[in-house]
Design a protein around this ligand. Structure first.
Ligand SMILES: Cc1ncc(COP(=O)(O)O)c(C=O)c1O
Length: 404
């Protein structure tokens, strides 16, 4: 049999989804599993979006133009203008989710063997995409105790070598919830200018800010030609299945290359773009997003209050997005998460995302897990009670002599 490629073997399975077979088995055995492992919100997709899909007057479900449907591009121009970000059609490319925007961004900035600096813990699919494009991640480790804020410029600079082409960061952060302050953003800009780097700014959680304010990296004129925005409607419209994202940049040469890549994959989903255009045409769309953010703010409080009651847990209140990276009072989070799905005796259990897959540095994150607070209040509370009970019983199970 011919061999499969080394790079597909090197690409890690998403730590968020890897343990699904165990969750499925638990569900088949009649258990209720609270999925706090994945950023799949339970908030209904806005009616205006769904109407745009259902009432689409089309005879042929055709390919959209490769850069995006005109209605979607125009709607996006006005959405960004509302955020004070002036982007015209030539700066925008509609992609198949933020996921495709990340791969395009890596493909247009890096050649095989080039390096990208990424603050860790990071969105784990960054590592998957880097492996598939033969790009190396240079991890910049950030710490829970420091709220996952960035180290000083001099420390970041130590990671740069002749192969470093870009920085890639999620802002607000998944899984950290960090919202970078003005000084941190100024340092990133300075680093990009000093070392001639691109900044791939993944701002899919732009509106999800509970403390401080979010400033887009696109708002710095001095790096206008080197910032590449990755965006997505998955979270802010609770429309993960629409598969619509955006890549945006004011660098004409880069956009030309990205749009050429886009012709290779023909088009992004037509229905998702129609839904997006209909949603952004609703005069109440800002209010709808604000209402959703208020709900997440509430969930953050509910979750943090409940987690404070769990002995041995360590965490910092996240400033944005909808994730918390927690430190667990155990050595091997992956073993604990698996045990919660296979060995925990309760009828209701919880699935978390083990922390190690959010790091590129070996050994980091072993005692951490990520929680996504994407479920309603009562479900969050039930999930945390299962977690609390689970930690107690897991310690007992660990100490019990194994049967011969
Ligand atoms: C930081 C970040 N970037 C990108 C994505 C990918 O989003 P999409 O569903 O648009 O592909 C996600 C999804 O969770 C994410 O958290």
């Amino acid at each position: 049999m011919p061999n499969i490629s080394a790079r597909s073997k090197a690409a890690p399975a998403s730590p968020i989804r890897r343990l699904y077979p165990l969750a499925r088995r638990a569900q088949q055995e009649g258990k209720k599993v609270y999925h706090l492992n994945i950023g799949q919100p339970d908030i209904p997709t806005p009616k205006a979006f769904l109407r745009g899909v259902k009432e689409a007057d089309i005879d042929v479900l055709a390919y959209a133009p490769s850069p995006g449907l005109d209605v979607a591009l125009r709607a996006l121009e006005s959405y960004y203008a509302d955020w004070g970000i002036e982007l015209r059609e030539e700066h925008l490319l509609v992609t198949t989710g933020g996921s495709e925007a990340i791969t395009f961004a890596l493909n247009v900035t890096c050649d095989p063997g080039d390096r990208v600096i990424v603050p860790e813990p990071f969105y784990p699919n960054y590592l998957g995409y880097a492996r598939l494009t033969n790009v190396e991640i240079s991890p910049l480790t950030t710490r829970r105790e420091e709220g996952f804020h960035l180290p000083p410029l001099s420390e970041m600079e130590q990671l740069i070598d002749g192969r470093t082409r870009a920085m890639l960061l999620s802002h607000p952060g998944n899984p950290t919830g960090v919202v970078y302050n003005e000084q941190e953003l100024a340092n990133l800009v300075e680093l990009a200018l000093r070392h001639n780097l691109f900044i791939i700014a993944d701002e899919v959680y732009r509106e999800f800010v509970y403390e401080g304010t979010h400033r887009s990296l696109l708002s710095y004129p001095e790096v206008a030609d080197r910032v590449i925005l990755v965006d997505s409607i998955s979270k802010r419209l609770s429309a993960c299945g629409a598969r619509v994202g955006v890549l945006a940049s004011r660098n004409a040469q880069l956009m030309e290359a990205a749009k050429k890549c886009a012709t290779i994959r023909l088009s992004a989903p037509t229905f998702g773009q129609l839904g997006l255009a209909a949603f952004l045409a609703d005069p109440n769309y800002r209010e709808l997003i604000k209402g959703m953010i208020r709900e997440y703010q509430h969930r953050r409080k509910v979750l943090c209050d409940a987690l404070h009651e769990v002995p041995g847990l360590t965490f910092r209140r996240p400033e944005g997005a909808f994730y918390i990276m927690i430190g667990l009072p155990i050595a091997d989070a992956e073993d604990f998460v698996s045990w919660m799905l296979t060995g925990y005796p309760g009828q209701e259990t919880v699935m978390l995302a083990p922390g190690e897959g959010f790091y590129a540095t070996p050994g980091e994150g072993k005692d951490e897990a990520r929680i996504a607070y994407v479920l309603k209040e009562q479900d969050l509370l039930s999930a945390v009670s299962a977690l609390k009970e689970g930690l107690k019983l897991y310690h007992v199970a660990q100490q019990a002599p194994t049967a011969a």
